[in-house]
Design a protein around this ligand. Sequence first.
Ligand code: TXA
Ligand code: MG
Length: 353
Amino acid sequence: METQIIRMDEEHIDQDAVYSAGQILQRGGLVAFPTETVYGLGGDALNPDSSRKIYEAKGRPSDNPLIVHICRFEDIFKVASEVPEAAYKLAEAFWPGPLTMILKKADIVPQETTGGLATVAVRFPSHKVALALIDAAGGFVAAPSANRSKRPSPTLAKYVEEDMDGRIEMIIDGGEVGIGLESTIVDLTGVEPIILRPGFITREMLHQVLGSVDIDKTILDGACKLPPKAPGMRYKHYAPKGELTIMEGCPELVVEAINRRCAAAKADGARVGVIATDETCHLYVADSVKSVGPRQDEEAVGRSLFRILREFDDEEMEYIYSESFGESGFGQAIMNRLLKAAGHRVEQIDKEE
Ligand code: TXA
Ligand code: MG
């Protein structure tokens, strides 16, 4: 199959192209598109064949449910059989935007889309290209992140092309996404709302609206033996080809320790990369040193992380060392993705070695 690539940004929506993309989805084909978080791989959420095709294109197990994207609030009532008070409050505060809600599913949503679950994930994104496409597709677009399984979610169309070229009908290139990490997922089907995946909408922000909100225990605790509540969080995700280690501790000692690891790797003839910040990147000696941005600028860090992991893959780094980041606010989502990419490999540097 030949994959057609179309460029379009939020300020210049090409209505004809959106119409033909919508037609592809309505006929059961797949179109990748930008959202404010990461690129999505879209199919008609109400068509079981489309969901099957999504799993096939991603190389993803079919028990891992997909998020149903909508383009107007009222459509939540078509895909969810119950909409609790908390959902109205969250929608009012954060929709359209990077928040996904888990609700009891309506019969119209096929089992193929929800991975056999009785619940459905619903998201109303804010990206204008995404909204136009969802509308043109009939209102319900199932879309996981547009990466092949086990690769970082794409933040640029060129990464979608790398993973999906020849597997899907169309890619809409809307440039670099704004947030760079996937949406926050909140489960509203239990007694208490629970965060299943941290994201740009932080625990503090949810807390303000809901009063109380729990977080899935497995999210930051690598040693936790319980399975995560979001099936997708169970799989090893975002893993770069090189062995990634997060180095924690006081900044000067971390720099020294990383440089020692880099020197040792080099002595063994291995290629090694470092994930640093604007403040520290000139201090490292490695084959490749990349800054995620200024340490205090969490938005920059979130936006750069997946791109840097892919760049290190392209540069065939065998070892990668990363500085650690704060875990409050959006930092919780950043550390969650970094820890997963590292397979929870963390070294604590608290004295001179
Ligand atoms: O930002 C995003 O959410 C992006 C863009 C494209 O919208 N999409 C995305 O989809 O990240 P995906 O498929 O890569 O991640 C969806 C996550 C998976 O971990 C999946 O297991 C979980 O949502 N999920 C979906 N439906 C669920 C359900 N009914 N119950 C619990 N978890 C669910
Ligand atoms: Mg994903």
